[in-house]
Design a protein around this ligand. Sequence first.
Ligand SMILES: [Zn+2]
Length: 160
Amino acid sequence: MYVNYAKFQKSLIVDQFQGNYLKLQTFQLKIIHNILPTRRSLFRAKLSDSDTCRPCQTESENLPHMLFQCNITSAFWIAFQQWWCERTRRAFELDERNVNFGWYSDTQFKDILNYVALVAKYLNFCCFQDNTAVTFDRFPPFLSNKIETLRQIAQKKTNS
Ligand SMILES: [Zn+2]
């Protein structure tokens, strides 16, 4: 049986590329529909012994708390904002609505900002899920890794 390996490999690369985006897009969709698992939702389903947010140990952990309201997460976003402004020399409004749903103004940078913020939200969510510290210094290497993966996939895609 004849197998077109080049075509097969190319389709795998396209799948990888789309899969990478799809994972983040799906994640954002789950934020919009408020269907990501939190300690509160797990507690209500009797799958957790407590609904208390583990990083701050004070509030109930629902999605708005996890993404922005928790003092640990808000410290992350303040560091994120500073990091972004240092690199782009552009300011953006840091508020809960923008963090959760994205920025619509500032057309020149909003696509990059929304992508980078989405990666940041995903990292924060993973830290909450794994009960590991939510600190900003984890973010730049995490983002670089994500971008490097996309770059390699894109290069393979154009080379094949
Ligand atoms: Zn908290």
